[in-house]
Design a protein around this ligand. Structure first.
Ligand code: C2E
Ligand code: MG
Ligand code: MG
Ligand code: MG
Length: 292
């Protein structure tokens, strides 16, 4: 940048900005191409019922096999997909992939548990996602009661009236609704009560420091109590240690999800995991049974 620096209206044309927008345009073009070329894949992460030690559900998490970049995680492309509007197409792909996978598992007699699908804020700006869900269910033959939609707390509060209407329509299909990343947004609890929510997911940022941080421990305990008093189940995400798991068990958390049990896995590996969980997961699950 030269003499014009600080000359306000030229600031938008800084070289940094050009690089940024070029990168962003490249990313959007690559995403669009990726949809056409079938470069996306859903991984699944097990959720464990803390009381029984049994599988309680699987959360689907998108991955992108971007040519030349290996496996790309959603944090690197969901925002761009949202801003470009491509999230509508990606979201449709996700719903179709998850429901068809669920139907396949169910036909194989595997995984008789809910499959959770993440839906982001832009997907909630119009009601068409409800049709997308309905079509995906019909097309795959998946039992609606096996499907769960996850919206983040900040999505829910972005436009509460509209999201409440949307969630009621989703609920009317027989599909469950979970609030994701709970504790990171600013919920109005009275609004939350009006949503047809069956589950709160405690954000992993509170779970990570559970054993060392008294405030986080208090937030987690409080969230569990709040959810239970509103008749909701509680899922803790980001559970990595036995210590965290024991704390959650002691305070009545219903479900745990995290690297302690499994990373998000491709479908072939989920099959193996279900048949024979690796030793560290097995130990954690057995530990649960003794903790009761
Ligand atoms: P999320 O829905 O809150 O998913 C949980 C994230 O935590 C996942 O990251 C998961 O891999 C990670 N995680 C799970 N257990 C642990 C643990 O023990 N420790 C740590 N440190 N992390 C753990 P991931 O897969 O990278 O996804 C990031 C976010 O991207 C998701 O957060 C979700 O908001 C979004 N996302 C993922 N898949 C989709 C999708 O299909 N559609 C949309 N719209 N968003 C998606
Ligand atoms: Mg989620
Ligand atoms: Mg989350
Ligand atoms: Mg998150």
């Amino acid at each position: 940048r030269g003499k014009l620096e600080g000359g306000s209206r030229y600031t938008f044309y800084s070289p940094e900005m050009n690089t940024w927008s070029r990168d962003r345009l490249n990313l959007e073009a690559a995403l669009r191409k990726g949809l056409g070329n079938d470069e996306f894949e859903l991984f699944y992460q097990p959720q464990i019922d803390i009381r029984s030690g049994r599988l309680a559900g699987l959360e689907s998490l998108i991955r992108w096999h971007r040519p030349g970049s290996g496996l790309v995680r959603p944090d690197l492309f969901i925002a761009a997909a949202e801003e470009s509007g491509l999230i509508t197409n990606i979201g449709e792909w996700v719903l179709n992939a998850a429901t068809h996978q669920a139907a396949r598992w169910s036909a194989d007699g595997l995984v008789p548990v809910p499959i959770a699908v993440n839906v982001s804020v832009r997907q909630c700006t119009d009601m068409s996602v409800v049709d997308t869900i309905r079509h995906a269910l019909r097309d795959s033959g998946m039992d609606p009661r096996q499907l769960k939609i996850e919206v983040t707390e900040s999505t829910a509060m972005h436009d509460p009236e509209r999201v409440a209407e949307l969630l009621h329509r989703i609920h009317a299909l027989g599909v469950g609704v979970a609030v994701d990343d709970f504790g990171t947004g600013y919920s109005s609890l009275s609004l939350l009560k009006r949503f047809p929510i069956s589950e709160l997911k405690i954000d992993k940022s509170f779970v990570i420091d559970l054993a060392e941080d008294n405030d986080d421990a208090a937030i987690v305990r409080g969230t569990i109590a709040l959810a239970h008093s509103l008749g909701m189940r509680v899922v803790a995400e980001g559970v990595e240690t036995e210590l965290q798991l024991r704390f959650l068990a002691r305070h009545g958390c219903n479900v745990a999800q995290g690297f302690l049990f499994a990373q998000p896995l491709p479908t072939a590996e989920i099959r193996h995991w279900l048949k024979m969980p690796p030793p560290h997961a097995q130990r954690a699950i057995e530990g649960l049974q003794h903790a009761r």
